[in-house]
Design a protein around this ligand. Structure first.
Ligand code: ZN
Ligand code: MN
Length: 478
């Protein structure tokens, strides 16, 4: 029964750019400032009559940077448009956005879907990436016993990038895989925190279903489906997990309607996490209702090919390329490489560790040479991943010496280890008694004695644990 329908999903993703100032004025861009509402405002972002917008060059460059990272074409001419609608968080009565000439178009992102079995890759086309301004924020409160709605314009005019995909996504798990990937790219580009919880990344999936038989008989060439007569858009989802749940719920709901012979309504719905359902919010307005027209206060923008090249040159190595390089250069598994490229910071840390290991390599003849020779990128990756190393706490060189110490300890056989610990405890019974009474310093003294007895072959960390355990064991036997 399930196989009669194909699910068609497109995504609209809004991302707040973390430029220092807002999109069309010099106000501070700090939408999450919790202290005071309406302090980062001016006539431009409050929408006062006669105020003139000045576009933020950095925000435009970053939008193009993102577009290039997503394989988009950058048209050499672009412009801003006014998108009209009425809402209390939009004082001008229109949002400055881009209509028919976005900064970037026709990109793509390939997604590996490992959740569905067997796993497969899906090419998701990016229709456009454009730039607009964020709105103010409504706060609902009860003041003096009355329900009131307050408006905070700190967020008004914050640069907002909108990414629109073609309806190429076919399941909730594909949508999440796509979103995680795009999220990672945005973080690599350092253009936004893309924090879904805070609202600096917001997702709106559109979901509809069509019969597979329709798909084969009426589809456009190269298209595996016929565009359905309706589209359900889901707003206000603030986590990757909820996106997936909302899509899965919608698929089930729409399929049931279709099997009963009904066509789902074209509408906007919201996700209710408490109940685990989507709820109808309003029937969808058509694009024409926005009465788009060119923003008369901002002239069209023209690009030199060289400017685009310069922006292109600021794009760092992106996660996919990095992963591939890690697998080839360091012989890492797909799994390990995937974890290490999760953030550019972790990836950099891993590479710094491999360099530190080379740099610290002692001369031949040194007693530690064997342990150093055993350290390779693969074992380093395992250490970092399995022990969940916090790269902010342990410097690369420190990690390498720690590994060497541990290797040395494990190269001593267990009997020998126990003999050394026993020797230390017997020879220093006073310190043992002190430690039993709670003197932590006594333990450090014993560790020092152990280091001397073992001639530095055991790391202080492991000695500390061995001695403390041994004393506790003996105490229990008493
Ligand atoms: Zn302002
Ligand atoms: Mn938008």
């Amino acid at each position: 029964m399930n196989n009669n329908y194909t699910t068609i999903i497109g995504l609209e993703i809004h991302v707040e750019l973390k430029t220092l100032s807002k999109m069309f004025c010099a106000c501070k861009n700090d939408p999450f400032f919790a202290g005071k509402p309406n302090i980062y405002t001016c006539p431009v972002c409050l929408g006062l009559p006669g105020a003139l917008p000045v576009p933020n060059r950095k925000a435009i460059d970053w939008t193009i940077k993102l577009g290039l990272a997503l394989g988009c074409e950058i048209p050499l001419v672009s412009k801003f448009d006014r998108k009209h609608y009425f809402y209390p968080d939009l004082p001008k009565g229109y949002q400055v956005s881009q209509y028919d000439m976005p900064f970037c178009k026709n990109g793509f992102l390939e997604v590996e879907n490992t959740r569905d079995q067997p796993s497969y890759n899906r090419m998701v086309r990016i229709r456009r990436v454009h730039l607009e301004e964020d709105t103010g924020k409504l706060l609902h409160a009860v003041i003096e016993g009355k329900k009131r709605t307050l408006v905070d314009f700190n967020r008004s005019g914050v640069p907002l990038v909108e990414i629109v995909t073609e309806p190429d996504i076919r399941s909730g798990s594909e949508a999440t895989a796509f979103l995680k990937k795009i999220h990672r790219i945005i973080r690599y580009l350092c253009i936004s925190d893309a924090d879904m919880e805070k609202g600096s990344m917001r997702i709106e999936p559109s979901i509809s279903m069509c019969r597979k038989s329709d798909a084969t008989s009426k589809s456009r060439p190269g298209l595996d489906y016929m565009i359905p007569a309706y589209r359900v858009e889901i707003k206000n989802i603030n986590s990757f997990r909820f996106v997936r749940k909302a899509i899965d719920y919608e698929i089930k709901r729409q399929r049931e309607l279709l099997y009963r012979g009904e066509t789902p309504e074209q509408e906007t719905r919201g996700w209710n996490e408490g109940k685990g359902i989507t709820v109808s919010q309003r029937s969808k307005e058509e694009a024409a209702d926005y009465r788009y027209f060119p923003e008369p206060d901002i002239p069209p923008l023209r690009w030199q090919q060289s400017t685009i090249k310069t922006i292109q040159s600021t794009i760092p190595e992106l996660p996919d390329a990095k992963k591939k390089r890690f697998m080839e250069t360091y012989d890492l598994s797909d799994y390990d490489a995937e974890i290490l490229v999760e953030t550019s910071q972790l990836a950099d840390y891993f590479e710094e560790c491999t360099r530190a290991a080379q740099k610290l390599m002692p001369d031949t003849g040194n007693q530690d040479i064997k342990q150093y020779q055993e350290i390779n990128p693969k074992s380093l990756a395992n250490w970092i991943i399995n022990r969940k190393i916090n790269f902010e706490e342990i410097l690369p060189a420190r990690l390498v010496t720690q590994i060497v110490q541990t290797k040395k300890t494990s190269s001593i056989d267990k009997g020998e280890l126990e003999k050394i610990v026993a020797q230390v405890l017997v020879a220093n019974s006073k310190a043992v008694e002190d430690y039993k009474k709670g003197k932590e310093q006594a333990l450090m003294f014993l560790v020092g004695q152990g280091m001397r007895t073992s001639k530095g072959k055991i790391s202080p960390e492991s000695l500390k644990k061995l001695i403390a355990d041994s004393i506790i064991r003996r105490k229990e036997q008493e």
